[in-house]
Design a protein around this ligand. Sequence first.
Ligand code: CP3
Length: 353
Amino acid sequence: MNAIPTPPTSPTDPRQQALFMRACRREPVERTPVWLMRQAGRYLPEYRAVRSKVGFLELCKTPRLSAEVMIATVERLGVDAAIIFSDLLPILEPMGLELEFTAGEGPVIHNPVREPADLDRIRELEDVDRVGFVMETVAATRAGLDDSIPVIGFAGAPFTLAGYCIEGGTSKAWTATKSFMVRHESAWHDLLARIARGVSRYLVAQLDAGAQVVQLFDSWVGCLGPDDYRRYVLPHARTAIAAAAARAPVIHFGTGNPELLPLLAEAGGSVIGIDWRIDLDRGWELAGRDRAVQGNLDPVVLLADRDTVRRRTQAVLARAAGRPGHIFNLGHGILPGTPVENVLELVATVKAG
Ligand code: CP3
């Protein structure tokens, strides 16, 4: 990769003074920064136009196009940060899993892990160049944006990635995953430890490539209770986060069970993602006042009329009460079918305070 003129996480990088970065560090800001999970996605006609010409995985593996999709989205929406356009799952390919995105079903893994013996064919990601296209996407996204817009890299958390490896796709209850976890505890820890070390390298590589922040998505961990999270997941989440956290803010995001918030914070992350299942102020108490928080409007609100969008956005801001360290986001990704004008209304409302 070409040399990057400013050292990526240098304090003299102008991006370090952006609203979003200051909020990550819990410094006071003139207004709350905002970006949205899945801000580039199927709800946007421009995204659908790109996708009519190129498959999803191919798009993820074409840094120039991935960068273009996110740069156009950030400019259209006027948000304060750019998550790279990529996905949680391409990292599984160099680990030995056969991944496909199908039109109706979403992701499919053709050779899932079902028994401990299947771990023999799971390789740890030792060489991040196997997913070098992601680092190129980071660099291209950064290069194409104004230097007031920080770039967020990301990865799936060990539990959520193990869930896809074991289920072979997405799931509502994650029963095969949980059953593997309780039936084969030592193989489970072996699998999560391998994933966690690979994720750790991958997050650091995204910082090296020019990201200012990384987010760890534990999208489905809320199917666990606190004791099981502590026993089966927390040590691995900590491994995944530690090296990146020594260098930059890490956003640690989970959904589904607000009782896990203190444990997500214990595993690491200076910013804790909060979904809509708890009021923001109460979620912040659970995450700890020593953390910044990101959230937490229910994405379904964006399907309502614009007045409702405005009112509900203001209600989240009121819960944050101007305390330093709030990054406005949804509690989870934008839903397909969301009207673009509602997303613009949300952003305008946050910017108006
Ligand atoms: O705009 C952004 O936020 C950046 C891009 C991004 C995508 N996926 C693009 C995408 C990010 C950050 C992700 C992360 C991701 N991928 C997560 C964590 C976030 C979350 O929602 O919890 C998860 C669980 C995945 C796995 C995944 N990718 C699934 C289950 C699916 C199919 C279901 C769905 O929502 O489409 C995807 C596909 C996917 N990832 C799309 C996009 C824009 C749609 C693909 C298409 O164009 O058809």
